[in-house]
Design a protein around this ligand. Structure first.
Ligand SMILES: [Zn+2]
Length: 302
């Protein structure tokens, strides 16, 4: 029974594993780095509007739990790209922040790597600090959650040849974004909401949304945005138009290791191969759809 139950997920995992990871942060620094490059895949337009919510620069003890409550009420699974300076060491705050990371994981969200100190990794000292900033944060996250982060996002959306080389060496592909309300700049729930409504009204395919759970205005805007999406979807249903769907991070995850073919007593192959997830408890939330991005990313200074 277990195998039968897992098979569709395993097959979906194989299909999703062929997709590119992340989207392209548009930058003045030049064309997108190969490890970040992706465009909406074939059929993405037909899939209808889909959004993956991501929250950067946390965790923040007073705000991130409020985001978790709002997401949990609706069963939405998000990615939190965190900075290790907030949870390293043994201060009471750091201990609480590590417990918060565990809580994020327990609730079925994913903790991603956003470097320890959120430094610009394409400046003069970039080649010297990039690897340690990324690797040290991976270690801090693993110590806090018991799991090495599977996703990475570069601070400021920076990309340059030296960082590309570092990411290649580490075997990491950066996750970008498609919709950036620049909440760090607006700092106003009404404006954040208005921007998101404007973008979502015309969204036709998959998009990664960049929020910051360290911004009070974002945390205030989030429940209002989700209420608006409910209303928008009700109107779309009534009009027979595709609804805005929430998707989770499953399609971004690395390929899973293969479990050898499963053969029955007569030597017949029942399952040719199953990919074993590093996150078995999270699998049911993941793995659907194809294509992504509306290609209009901007750079966040947060
Ligand atoms: Zn950031």
């Amino acid at each position: 029974m277990l195998l039968i139950a897992l098979l569709p997920l395993a097959l979906a995992a194989r299909a999703s594993a062929t997709e590119p990871v992340g989207t392209v942060p548009r930058s003045a620094a030049g064309p997108p780095a190969p490890e970040q490059a992706s465009a909406a895949g074939e059929g993405a337009a037909a899939a209808g509007p889909e959004i993956l919510l991501t929250f950067d620069d946390g965790p923040r003890l007073d705000l991130t739990p409020r985001v978790l409550e709002v997401l949990d009420r609706r069963g939405i699974k998000a990615v939190f790209f965190v900075n290790g300076w907030r949870f390293q060491g043994h201060s009471p705050e750091a201990n609480k922040a590590r417990a918060l990371l565990q809580d994020i994981m327990r609730r079925g969200h994913l903790v991603g790597n956003h470097t320890v100190h959120h430094l610009f990794l394409c400046g003069q000292r970039g080649p010297r600090i990039a690897e340690r900033e990324i690797e040290d944060n991976a270690v801090l996250i693993e110590e806090a959650t018991g799991m090495r982060p599977l996703l990475y996002r570069t601070p400021y959306g920076a990309h340059c040849p030296s960082l590309s080389a570092t990411l290649r060496k580490l075997g990491i592909r950066s996750t970008g974004w498609d919709i950036d309300p620049q909440d760090w700049r607006l700092r106003d729930p009404d404006k954040i909401l208005a921007y998101m409504q404007q973008r979502l009204r015309v969204l036709r395919r998959r998009a990664i949304v960049l929020f910051h759970d360290v911004q009070p205005a974002t945390v205030a805007a989030l429940p209002r945005l989700l209420d608006w999406i409910d209303e928008e979807n009700a109107a779309r249903r009534a009009a027979g138009r595709p609804e805005i769907r929430y998707i989770d991070y499953g399609y971004l995850l690395p390929e899973y290791p293969i479990v050898p073919p499963i053969v029955d007593g007569l030597g017949r192959i029942l399952v040719d191969a199953v990919r074993r997830s590093p996150l078995p408890s999270l699998l049911p939330f993941s793995l659907r759809g194809h294509g992504r991005g509306d290609g209009s990313a901007t750079i966040s200074p947060m």
